[in-house]
Design a protein around this ligand. Structure first.
Ligand code: FPP
Length: 249
């Protein structure tokens, strides 16, 4: 709670610091539609999407939220036109290179989750460098899900656990929720308290299937590039009205 107290000066007065989500996840949907509405090519929507994500990261940090996870590229997104996929890959790489210095200065810890081996080599190198250079930073944990799929994540955890059972390292009845979670890409990251999805779609789209068991979901019709501090404030107000029971009464 120390960081939340330190940042109280920035928090809008109608938000209760003790009821803030510790971890916010976002499905950044609607970049293409945003661009179309402006008469621009789809890729311009993604470019503006990066700016919206940067602003949200800074806002979370200012308001004392300890973790932000963004769904940047799903295992299904390879089906998009080749030029768009290539643009996204180089956009991630460029954004990382440009933002790394600031993330280091702002004490952000960045990490990537997903099947990273399938990404272009140059992007993999940028990812390793950014993770390495920010690994001791503690103001906020910023996780980028890239080539991520929730079902694939669960399957690879099952395979790793099955292998340990086969090797006699684990017994089947020792497989607890904690053991299972420690084999997910997100091992060591707390489950999201709040998932925000923009552009009005009401589905999880293979994002954090295990981790969202008790997470609250907030949907807004706003398209991702227009998602700003005022929108985030609204999402947090709605979240603070929720009665989280975790299966209890
Ligand atoms: C969904 O909108 C958006 C994406 C698949 C890409 C999201 C990526 C970013 C915002 C960039 C993130 C940057 C970094 C550095 C992590 P869509 O294209 O599906 O929009 P549509 O539904 O309107 O077509």
């Amino acid at each position: 709670m120390t960081t939340q107290q330190t940042n109280l000066q920035y928090l809008p007065s109608d938000l209760k610091p003790e009821l803030l989500p510790q971890h916010v996840a976002v499905i950044m949907d609607g970049n293409g539609r945003w661009a179309k509405r402006q008469g621009l090519p789809r890729i311009m929507g993604h470019k503006r999407g990066v700016d919206a994500l940067k602003d949200l990261l800074r806002c979370c940090r200012d308001w004392g939220i300890k973790a932000l996870t963004a769904y940047a590229f799903s295992t299904e997104n390879w089906k998009r036109p080749q030029e768009e996929v290539e643009f996204l890959m180089s956009l991630f790489q460029r954004a990382l290179r440009q933002e790394l210095k600031e993330m280091v200065e702002e004490n952000v810890q960045i990490q990537f989750v997903g099947n990273l081996q399938a990404l272009p080599k140059a992007l993999q190198e940028e990812i390793s460098r950014s993770m390495d250079e920010t690994k001791n930073n503690r103001s906020i944990k910023f996780t980028v899900a890239t080539n991520y799929g929730g079902r694939q994540e669960i399957l690879q955890a099952c395979r790793a656990i099955a292998q340990k059972v086969q090797q006699g390292i684990l017994k089947p009845d020792e497989i607890s929720e904690q053991i299972f979670e420690s084999h997910l890409y997100t091992a060591g990251i707390t489950d999201p308290d709040l998932l925000i999805r923009t552009s009005g779609e009401m589905r999880l789209s293979n994002f954090l299937l295990w981790q969202m068991a008790y997470g609250e979901i907030y949907i807004t019709d706003t398209l991702w590039p227009d998602f700003d501090r005022a929108e985030f404030h609204r999402a947090l107000c709605a979240y603070q009205q929720r009665n989280r029971r975790f299966g209890g009464v």
